[in-house]
Ligand binder design. Structure first.
Ligand SMILES: Cc1cc2nc3c(=O)[nH]c(=O)nc-3n(C[C@H](O)[C@H](O)[C@H](O)COP(=O)(O)OP(=O)(O)OC[C@H]3O[C@@H](n4cnc5c(N)ncnc54)[C@H](O)[C@@H]3O)c2cc1C
Length: 360
């Protein structure tokens, strides 16, 4: 079979992949995106909050926005509550991903759906398996792996975002509209937290936590209990209208460039190791990856790709590494939950203090 050539092959049409496609196509590249799903953004696996500046930067309209959010409330088991400004939007995540892909399509990017990147041959060709059974061989000059937390592309680079946090979520009817998100911290939620994010007349109520060596209860049972507790407060009502879940990387890779392969978004562990938020960094790093890939092709110099590592590390490295270090301390000292939680959750002032010597 004769391989199909392209300048840049992007694996995954999530926020990182489509953003990479847009920036590369703007530089005149011939871009092919392969996505294993039949429909972009479906099913949704997300609590659907994005920070406000992202919408301004993207110039993609607001067709996917459900409502505004002004603040985030962090709540401890004894009821202690603190608030911080968190201007942002609750979105229809499927529409958000589809809007980004539409932008790329308009710039001439080719999309192949129901198409899974299965393997990379010794010649550097990528074997794509279509759901219907056909196989395509792609011969790209550069590959961008934007294939999420279980990145196949990362495995071709002999790296992986091993450290993954499982998260599950229900959609429930919200009794009274809210303009803030709520985060619930508890010693029961090992290395994670529960959330209630308002989405118009409904709310996304979920739980993300690390697997404990000796779990007392599974994540699903804890979510049911958490929902029950929120129901008793009168914030939500009725039975779940839907459910979803997924994995969140909690450890950023040191570098995201390997030969002619760049990793972006969850594939590179670009989600925030404490909050799990990853849409903003996926879009930003995806754009950078697409831009540097185009530059390297134009100048016929793969060495240029290292500038991608410099740029994303300059912009996000400090924040991600700090959060990763906080996570390490938090997981190690979880038994002392009351003493450590304020310095390990972004909603508290203590998070921004330097580490105390006993935290090192
Ligand atoms: C339950 C949950 C709630 C979350 N809530 C939030 C939130 O409120 N706000 C926030 O900012 N972040 C949130 N996140 C994190 C956020 O969803 C991710 O950080 C973000 O989706 C990363 O984008 P991405 O493009 O890197 O990866 P993804 O969105 O995962 O996209 C990867 C794409 O690659 C495709 N793919 C995978 N393997 C292959 C393959 N071999 N071949 C072809 N295609 C492939 C997948 O089908 C997918 O479409 C949440 C995550 C979870 C699990």
């Amino acid at each position: 079979m004769k391989p199909v050539t392209c300048d840049i092959l992007i694996i995954g049409a999530g926020p990182a992949g489509s953003s990479a496609a847009v920036s590369a196509a703007k530089k005149g590249m011939d871009v092919l995106v392969v996505e294993q799903r039949a429909e972009i953004g479906v099913p949704v696996q997300c609590a659907e909050y994005i920070p406000a500046p992202l919408v301004g930067q993207l110039n993609m309209g607001t067709g996917f926005v459900v409502q505004k959010v002004l603040k985030m409330r962090s709540i401890l088991p004894d009821g202690f509550t603190t608030e911080m400004a968190a201007p942002g939007f609750m979105i229809h995540r499927d529409r958000f991903d589809q809007t980004l892909a539409q932008m790329a399509l308009k710039l001439g990017v080719r999309f192949l759906l129901s198409a899974k990147a299965a393997e990379r041959t010794e010649k550097g060709h990528v074997v794509i398996k279509k759901a219907v059974g056909e196989t395509h061989i792609i011969d790209p000059r550069i590959i961008i792996g934007a294939d999420g937390p279980r990145s196949r592309t990362a495995s071709w680079c002999a790296v992986s975002t091993r450290d993954l946090l499982p998260a599950v979520q229900y959609s429930l009817k919200l009794r009274t509209p809210m303009t803030h998100t709520e985060v619930y911290l508890s010693p029961d939620f090992y290395g994670g937290y529960g959330w209630l994010f308002p989405k118009g007349e409904t709310a996304n109520v979920g739980l993300g936590l690390k697997r404990h060596n000796a779990p007392l209860k599974g994540i699903q049972a804890l979510l049911v209990e958490f929902v029950e507790k929120l129901r008793k407060t009168g914030k939500i009502e009725g039975q779940p209208l839907g459910s979803n879940g997924g994995l969140i990387p909690t450890a950023p890779l040191e570098k995201a460039v390997y030969g002619n392969i760049l990793l972006a978004g969850d594939a590179a562990g670009h989600a925030h190791p404490i909050t799990g938020a990853g849409i903003f960094t996926a879009v930003s790093c995806g754009r950078m990856a697409g831009r540097w890939a185009a530059e390297a092709i134009k100048k016929k110099d793969l060495g240029i790709l290292s500038k991608y590592d410099h740029e994303w590390r300059d912009l996000f490295g400090h924040t991600l590494d700090r959060a990763h270090e906080k996570r390490r301390i938090m997981e190690k000292q979880w038994a002392c939950f009351d003493q450590i939680i304020k310095s390990c959750w972004i909603g508290f002032r203590e998070y921004y203090h330097e580490h105390a010597p006993d935290e090192q």
